[in-house]
Design a binder for this molecule. Structure first.
Ligand code: NAD
Length: 502
């Protein structure tokens, strides 16, 4: 059983229409195509975006290049840039309901959850504004009488920002304010499935005082808009969040002109649980970690690695709690799990569940589609008896599906955790300090949570090991990522050299 929240009809729905922001103006594309967004929860069109093409991407890149080479943004004081970012944060906060509604209806995410994401985004914009004023280089006055060195941090230039559909507003907010804080200009392409809130951000930035051409935003497919943004010679850096597959392609495209690349990619994150853990707290975190955002989350705790002695008891407790999870209408404030992003993606998730059963796993809970007569939804699902070599234990399912594996020794748990290509995040649960620290140091992941899961803060760097990505977002170095380092090597006094008399 699952607690169902049937979606209510969208009686007073007004379809939102969006154009693209290029060089400070809202324009149609070179071609007049549109992308229709059908709400994954209600099955009706909720947004229409002007569909960008390669020509539009080129126009946007030209505007960003011109704004960087000739415009005021990189030349302003950090204090001025910081002030504009703070104003943007205030305006995001003022339009939080509108932004939350757009992400909820376009992505099928629960409204209460998205409100938290928008509040988190506001905090990130404020944090980036603070970091803008602390961006500085280094000086070396220790190189001898005749030498002094100054290391400058300069904005890297034009940044292509490409984002996925699962956290539309939060993820653009993990990138753009830091690029802007450094003095960069940007072309932003949100996912073609969830572009609305990022386009509203364009309105906010203009109102906040960001000059024309500094931020250009266009909806469009990866092939039409994303690919040109990763190969154009006038782009200096790419900041990409999405699948590992497209991340690889992005890096290959960028290699032609040797752009700097920052990649936030997929995950298959283990939670290792020892018998001495607070199991009540863990069971709650396991359910949250697996089903939050319908499991469509790079950080999903989709791989439980339970000590053999507690595995069957803990699995039963997780199954019991899974029954209480409220699934359905993303606009209902009590909903905890919303819709699956597209019908094709639902099929893919179900393929993983049936594939796991064929491989010998047991569907211990859920596993089925929920039929509300509209949209696409799935029950929270638990697979037990999963072995480390099965596809469902190694690949990103990106749905509300939890795989349960078991271990006997700490070494075995670490071996299983590290046996896959991903390394985004991990969790360890134990009341023993040594156990937590041993796992924390030996698991190859960008974040390791100890006796908690999926916490975070703007101050804490986030990113992946191995094929989960390259580079880190957030944290105090996030602005530096969008800079080049320049050495000024200075001579003081008379210089002696090859032919100069000593
Ligand atoms: P995706 O890779 O299909 O698409 C991501 C973005 O890339 C979209 O805007 C898409 O239009 C664009 N794109 C597609 N083809 C492209 C191309 N050839 N060139 C340039 N851009 C192209 O990913 P998705 O399905 O939107 O998102 C889900 C994936 O994102 C999952 O794998 C998830 O783990 C990952 N993700 C990672 C993080 C993280 O921080 N590590 C956060 C959220 C999501």
């Amino acid at each position: 059983m699952t607690v169902l929240v049937k979606p209510q009809k969208l009686d007073d729905l007004k379809v939102r229409e969006f154009r693209m922001l290029i060089d400070g103006k809202w324009v149609e594309g070179v071609e007049t195509g549109t992308i229709e967004r059908i709400a994954p929860s209600h099955g009706v069109t909720v947004s229409r975006y002007a569909a960008g093409t390669k020509d539009d991407a080129n126009r946007a890149i030209a505007a960003a290049r011109n704004a960087f080479d000739n415009g005021p943004w990189p030349r302003m004081t950090a204090s001025e840039r910081s002030g504009i970012l703070l104003k943007a944060a205030d305006l995001i906060s003022a339009r939080a309901d509108e932004l939350a509604h757009l992400d909820a209806i376009e992505a099928g995410k629960p409204i209460t959850q998205v409100r938290g994401e928008i509040a988190g985004a506001v905090d990130i914009w404020r944090y980036a504004a603070a970091l803008a004023r602390d961006l500085h280089g280094e000086s070396y006055n220790t190189l001898g009488e005749g030498t002094m060195g100054v290391v400058l941090r300069e904005a890297i230039g034009v940044v292509s920002i490409i984002t996925p559909w699962n956290f539309p507003f939060l993820i653009v907010s993990q990138k753009l304010p830091f690029a802007l804080a450094a003095g960069c200009t940007a072309v932003v392409k949100p996912s073609e499935l969830t572009s609305g809130s990022t386009l509203v951000l364009g309105e906010i930035l203009i109102e906040a005082g960001v000059p024309a051409g500094v931020v250009n935003i266009l909806a469009g497919t990866g092939a039409d808009v994303g690919a040109p943004m990763t190969s154009h010679p006038d782009v200096d850096m790419i900041s990409f969040t999405g699948s590992t597959q497209i991340g690889r392609l992005t890096m290959a495209n960028a290699a032609q002109t040797l752009k700097k690349v920052s990649l936030e990619l997929g995950g298959k994150n283990p939670q290792i649980v020892f018998p001495d853990a607070n199991l009540e707290e863990f069971v709650d975190a396991a359910v949250f970690g697996a089903y939050f955002n319908a499991g469509e989350c790079c950080n999903a705790g989709s791989r439980l690695i339970l000590h053999r002695d507690i595995a069957s008891d803990v699995t039963a407790r997780i199954a019991a709690l899974s029954e209480k999870v409220k699934v359905g209408d993303p606009l209902d404030p009590t909903t905890q799990v919303g819709a699956i992003i597209t019908p094709q993606h639902l099929k893919k998730i179900q393929g993983y569940v049936s594939g796991a059963a064929q491989d010998g796993a047991t569907v211990a809970h859920g596993g089925s589609q929920i039929d509300f007569g509209m949209g696409q939804f799935m029950t929270p699902t638990i697979l037990s008896g999963v072995k480390p070599e099965m596809a469902v234990a190694r690949e990103e399912v990106f749905g509300p599906v939890l795989s349960v594996l078991t271990f006997e020794t700490t070494e075995e748990a670490i071996r299983i955790a590290n046996s896959i290509d991903y390394g985004l995040s991990a969790g360890v649960w134990s009341s023993d300090f040594d156990t937590c620290m041993t796992i924390g140091r030996k698991v190859r992941a960008g974040t390791v949570w100890m006796n908690t899961f999926m916490d975070g803060a703007s101050e804490l760097p986030f990113g992946g090991y191995q094929q989960s990505g390259l580079g880190r977002e957030l944290g105090r170095h996030a602005v530096e990522d969008y800079t080049e380092t320049k050495t000024l090597n200075m001579h003081i006094g008379r210089r002696t050299g090859w032919w100069m008399p000593r």
